[in-house]
Design a protein around this ligand. Structure first.
Ligand code: ADP
Ligand code: ADP
Ligand code: ZN
Length: 216
């Protein structure tokens, strides 16, 4: 089963991808995580992407398509992939289709997570993640079971993203509305789009996503 998770920043894509990977033995491909790795490593792509990400704009399509091209493969291990954060523009969606055709793969469902903008800002302001394994947390909504210790790997260091501030969130929401939302009709036309209400607890949303992908 191959899935795409679509939704504005802070909608819960990464959180739900973690749950889905465990439940269905899928591999998560997050272009945001990949870019943050590139920035950390100081690669050429990372140096280009850093400023763009800090502004809350989208990294150019050609760079993104080249970055993901090597990762979409039948040899990813697991029973399929979850694309989290890609595609984000019509050009990326079209390039993805071409890659999938070449590999003999297809996307089974595109899950659109819908959320109120106020909730997004609240979710993003409290977001942090494990520095070791990347597990996601929130100051109010998802604290580690033992304070300061990652549930998943036991590490005690955490990161907050440079772009998770109220200012940048506005640009990211605008980028979503203007460049990413227009790809929804593209998937709707093929009958693969399923909208899921992303408001409510993480468990509630997970239940709705499971229902939306039933039968795949
Ligand atoms: P969020 O989880 O808040 O939706 P991501 O971690 O997916 O954010 O992405 C962080 C930033 O990385 C984006 O604001 C954008 O600058 C860049 N980025 C990630 N994926 C893409 C993509 N597919 N196309 C262009 N830019 C991207
Ligand atoms: P995205 O990948 O779409 O940008 P995340 O999955 O990183 O979003 O979620 C953003 C923040 O909101 C994280 O700190 C996460 O723990 C928290 N979060 C995710 N889903 C929910 C939810 N249903 N209710 C409350 N907080 C949530
Ligand atoms: Zn961890």
């Amino acid at each position: 089963m191959n899935l795409i998770l679509l939704g504005p920043p802070g909608a819960g894509k990464g959180t739900q991808a973690e749950r889905l990977c465990d439940a269905f033995n899928l591999v998560q491909l997050s272009t945001g995580d990949m870019l943050r790795e590139e920035v950390k490593s100081g690669s050429e792509l990372g140096r280009t992407a850093k400023e763009i990400m800090e502004r809350g704009d989208l990294v150019p399509d050609d760079l993104m398509i080249a970055m993901i091209a090597g990762r979409i493969d039948t040899g990813n291990g697991g029973d399929g992939v979850i694309l989290d954060g890609f595609p984000r523009t019509t050009a990326q969606a079209e390039a993805l289709d071409a890659m999938l055709v070449e590999k003999g793969l297809k996307i089974d469902r595109v899950v659109q997570i819908t959320v109120d903008e106020d909730a997004v800002v609240e979710r993003i302001s409290g977001r942090f993640s494990c520095a070791e394994c990347g597990a996601g947390y929130h100051d109010s909504f998802k604290q580690p079971k033992q304070e300061g210790v990652c549930d998943n790997c036991g590490a005690t260091e955490f990161n907050r993203r440079a772009d998770d501030n109220a200012e940048t969130v506005r640009s990211r929401l605008e980028a979503y509305r203007e460049q990413t939302a227009p790809i929804l009709p593209y998937y709707e036309g093929r009958g693969s789009l399923q909208a899921v209400d992303g408001m409510g607890s993480i468990d509630d949303v997970f239940g709705r996503i499971k229902a939306a992908i039933k039968g795949v």
